[in-house]
Design a protein around this ligand. Structure first.
Ligand SMILES: Nc1nc2c(ncn2[C@@H]2O[C@H](COP(=O)(O)OP(=O)(O)OP(=O)(O)O)[C@@H](O)[C@H]2O)c(=O)[nH]1
Ligand SMILES: [Mg+2]
Ligand SMILES: [Zn+2]
Ligand SMILES: [Zn+2]
Length: 233
């Protein structure tokens, strides 16, 4: 009885969230923006990935960030140094961004900046491998990060995130010499959950994988609106 009630509540919650996500995506589509939802457990390297990404891609794409954080603007302030619009959203007690929170961010972008000039919105979700995978925010593509310090078994233990991802970065691979973790084992476990996902080993220390990642991002932006990148807007 209790289970049925909570299952119904969850379905209603996800249904309402989906309507909000569709609303957000229709904004992005009308402005010609591609949106990526960046997700991982706390500290896997989302903000560091965004820093490296902005250092390369701001010369080619007009980018804004929506930065989800439970309680601070620490990550938002790190990214503001790149001179791009960064909208900070504090989620308070919520362990994930939902589509309504992101709608607030999108409407701020609309009011303070000219969204039709943007090509790409990067959403950094709250650090959590569980519910961010289920709460769409209006993204076109989902990106998951798994750092090699987290262990090979995580794709099997947290399947929804790994099944939902369009691209998976295995981060902090510069630490590999100091760990027993087997990257091939991580890849095999990810493939078991999601055979078609793009997998990119990445290090923000050595920039290994950075070009492959930036190429993947540009390909998604291009294919989403059939654009020639640079000077198309
Ligand atoms: N060695 C190594 N450390 C890294 C790498 N990427 C990130 N880190 C470190 O990992 C820590 C967490 O990185 P963040 O980018 O803040 O991680 P995050 O996923 O944004 O964290 P939350 O937003 O709190 O969930 C920092 O101390 C980074 O310097 C990497 O490629 N190699
Ligand atoms: Mg962060
Ligand atoms: Zn949550
Ligand atoms: Zn709206």
């Amino acid at each position: 009885m209790h289970q049925t009630h909570s299952a119904a509540l969850e379905i209603n919650l996800l249904h309402a969230n989906q309507e909000g996500a569709d609303h957000n995506r229709s904004h992005f589509n009308s402005w010609g923006i591609t949106c990526l939802n960046i997700m991982s457990s706390p500290g896997a390297g989302k903000t560091t990935l965004l820093e490296r990404t902005l250092s390369v891609l701001t010369s080619e794409l007009k980018i804004a960030v929506i930065e989800g954080d439970m309680n601070t603007e620490l990550d938002a302030n790190r990214l503001r140094q790149y001179g791009i619009p960064v909208i900070a959203i504090n989620t308070g007690r919520s362990c994930h961004l939902d589509s309504q929170m992101v709608a607030g961010g999108i409407h701020q972008l609309e009011n303070k900046h000219n969204p039709t000039e943007l090509d790409l919105v990067l959403v950094e979700n709250v650090g959590n491998l569980v519910c961010p995978a289920e709460f769409e925010v209006g993204e076109h593509f989902k990106v998951a990060l798994l750092s090699i310090t987290e262990g090979e078994d995580k794709p099997l233990k947290y399947p929804i995130m790994f099944q939902a991802a369009d691209c998976l970065l295995i981060t902090k691979i510069d630490l590999s010499p100091y760990l027993d973790t087997d990257i091939n084992h991580i890849v095999a476990n990810v493939r078991q959950m999601n055979p078609g996902v793009k997998i990119i080993p990445f290090s923000a220390k050595t920039d290994e994988g950075l070009d492959t990642w930036c190429d993947w991002v540009k390909t998604q932006v291009k294919s989403n609106y059939h654009l020639d990148i640079k000077g198309t807007k």
